[in-house]
Design a protein. Structure first.
Length: 282
């Protein structure tokens, strides 16, 4: 426990010392739920709902995005090639079960595993499986809406847990938003963390075979990236862009089964590969 606090305090000191003060008027796309000192887990959704007078609803057929076409460049000649199964998955995510396998790649993975064991497990957030056996029984997948008085979702959430351990792997918030003057929206994912959050901005790139890649890489797509937000004791929010790059490749295999290869890199050094298999329930 003491080691966990030392690691967490060191990270927060680094963010508070080196981070830039966040001005939401200049970076509106970084606005999202922030956690305090509490454990995140699945209880965070109810806490936020109580604070904003919202209702927690577990959706039976809801998706992460209401219209996946919003994040597809309508000017691309490939727009009609999008696999209908991928569109269905993002618009009806709650209808799918998930299986996941993990492969960690040294040397950066050594440090990442220390963070997960000492901080993520206790925080119940970003508790990425350290070995394939941790998720050998599969992963739960629940789409949760935090609805307003008009029964419309103010937030769309995706909660995933390891069936074997019941540990929360991801408790995130998903949306499509306008990053610039382009008609094509980006995907934003927010993961609340102690005294802040991680916000990931992704650009959807449609491939010739109808698959898609969700990419966070500011060199290829300006504005995308992995942002770490921290709120200090004075209430000031600071942020840093962390040099973590992500590529999420969603595709159909030769048997028309939906799969995803999710790669994480620190700058140019790959350190984690997650592979998902998505099947319709029932």
């Amino acid at each position: 426990m003491a080691f966990s606090k030392i690691i967490q305090s060191s990270i927060q000191f680094w963010l508070n010392t080196t981070g830039r003060k966040l001005d939401y008027t200049k970076l509106p796309y970084l606005k999202g739920p922030l956690a305090g000192q509490e454990i995140i887990g699945d209880a965070f959704y109810q806490k936020l709902a109580n604070e904003e007078n919202l209702k927690v609803v577990f959706s039976e057929d809801g998706g992460l995005l209401s219209d996946f076409n919003e994040v597809i460049d309508q000017g691309t000649p490939l727009k009609d090639e999008l696999a209908k199964e991928i569109k269905h998955f993002y618009e009806k995510t709650a209808q799918y079960n998930m299986e996941v396998w993990s492969r960690w790649i040294p040397p950066i993975s050594w440090f990442a595993k220390i963070i997960i064991r000492s901080v993520s497990t206790k925080m119940q957030q970003l508790n990425i499986p350290l070995s394939p056996l941790e998720t050998s029984y599969g992963m739960t997948s629940n789409v949760i809406h935090l609805n307003n008085e008009k029964e419309e979702p103010n937030y769309v959430c995706w909660l995933r847990k390891s069936i074997k351990s019941n540990k929360v792997v991801y408790a995130g918030f998903y949306s499509a938003f306008q990053l610039d003057d382009s008609e094509t929206k980006h995907v934003k994912v927010v993961f609340p963390l102690t005294n802040g959050n991680v916000t990931v901005i992704l650009k959807v790139d449609l491939m010739e075979d109808g698959s898609v890649k969700l990419i966070s890489n500011k060199r290829r797509f300006p504005g995308t990236g992995y942002y770490r937000l921290h709120q200090n004791k004075k209430g000031v929010i600071k942020y840093r862009r962390i040099p973590i790059k992500e590529v999420i490749h969603v595709f159909k295999d030769e048997n028309n089964i939906l799969r995803t290869d999710h790669f994480f890199s620190w700058s140019k050094i790959k350190f984690l590969h997650l592979h998902y298999k998505m099947n319709l329930k029932n």
